[in-house]
Write a protein that binds this ligand. Structure first.
Ligand SMILES: Nc1ncnc2c1ncn2[C@@H]1O[C@H](COP(=O)(O)OP(=O)(O)OP(=O)(O)O)[C@@H](O)[C@H]1O
Ligand SMILES: [Mg+2]
Length: 314
């Protein structure tokens, strides 16, 4: 792991942790946010939630089942968390256009309107986008940003790209007015590689690697800068090249206890090579935390992931 890249990660204000379902987005977003806070940054960790409440995956990393759309301390110094709600963003946006709070809230709380808002896809994304923008722009009285770093545990690929492509779509459709203005404000963050980094999380297996390469293309098509790949759950490889050759010859003759694990190491190496040949992006290897599926070790994973991520930060 000596060739692991380091980069000036924390100069970026926004970190979008992306990837397909189940690859470890939530775990790594939480670990990244925590590692950033440990470096002394004021950090907000967020995920898209919905106003109906429900379980918070990022909250759970910090011992709470639910989070609200208002940032609150998560425990570690400098780290706060909240959910992004489309309805909150829609309300904030409406209020920025028509300054009549109670009326707008009443309207947005109406069942009919809520149904309408979820049926029109861009309205949902507009709400999410605007709430995120408001969180980013929030300032203390002295002008310092409330959060220097915002880490977003993004939804799976399709929904993420729907969000990152929103400004271009709306700017194409609407010539001028408050929506394009908000979209341009958002673009000033999202499409600036000095401000926003997208992290593509994937696993060392062939299909996830192919999907990660597609996601990288998708992000670039929406002009969001993929900063690097978090190649998660790399199995530990205790063998050198000679041992591997000898062992694979032996296992061809007779399968032994542990053949599956050995095979997984081979698959992971092939997948990593495929990834390296498919992209020039820096790849940050994150090793598999052993026995992670047992509930006891689930709690032990986070500090180990955090330490691995912290070693990439400069
Ligand atoms: N490096 C790792 N080693 C071992 N287990 C891991 C590692 N990274 C993640 N996991 C485990 O994998 C599972 C899925 O991780 P996580 O919930 O972070 O993925 P996700 O991409 O957010 O999934 P979802 O699509 O459901 O939101 C969790 O049980 C987590 O503890
Ligand atoms: Mg998740």
């Amino acid at each position: 792991m000596s060739d692991t890249p380091r980069m000036d990660v924390l100069s970026r204000r926004i970190h979008l942790v992306t990837g397909k379902g189940g690859v470890g987005r939530t775990s790594l977003a939480a670990a990244l946010a925590w590692a950033a806070a440990r470096e002394g940054k004021r950090v907000l960790l967020t995920q898209i939630g919905d106003a109906e409440g429900g379980y918070s995956a990022i909250g759970r990393k910090f011992g709470r089942d639910q989070l609200t759309p208002d940032p609150e301390p998560l425990g570690p110094d400098g780290l706060r968390g909240c959910h992004v709600w489309a309805t909150r963003g829609q309300e904030q946006f409406a209020r920025s256009v028509i300054p009549a709070g109670p009326l707008i809230r009443a309207a947005l709380n109406s069942k009919v309107l809520r149904k309408f808002a979820t049926a029109v896809p861009s309205l949902h994304e507009l709400g999410v986008f605007y709430h995120l923008l408001t969180l980013l722009e929030a300032q203390h009285e002295d002008g310092r940003p409330e959060h220097e770093v915002v880490v977003a545990d993004m939804p799976a690929t399709g929904q993420t790209l729907a969000l990152t492509s929103l400004p271009d779509i709306l700017l194409d459709a609407l010539p001028d007015g408050p929506i394009p203005k908000a979209m341009r404000r958002g673009q000033a963050y999202l499409n600036d590689p000095a401000k926003t980094a997208a992290w593509v999380v994937t696993l060392p297996e062939l299909l996830p690697v192919t999907e990660a390469l597609e996601l990288i293309d998708g992000l670039r098509a929406t002009r969001v800068h993929p900063a690097g790949i978090l190649l998660n759950r790399i199995p530990e490889d205790p063998f050198d090249a000679d041992e591997r050759r000898a062992l694979s010859a032996l296992l061809l003759e007779q399968p032994l206890h542990g053949s599956a694990a050995f095979h997984r190491i081979g698959v992971a190496r092939a997948a990593e090579e495929r990834l390296r040949s498919g992209t020039d992006l820096p790849i940050f290897p994150i090793t598999e935390v052993p026995d992670a599926d047992s509930p006891r070790t689930e709690a032990a994973i986070e500090p180990m992931l955090r330490d691995q991520l912290a070693s990439f930060l400069s």
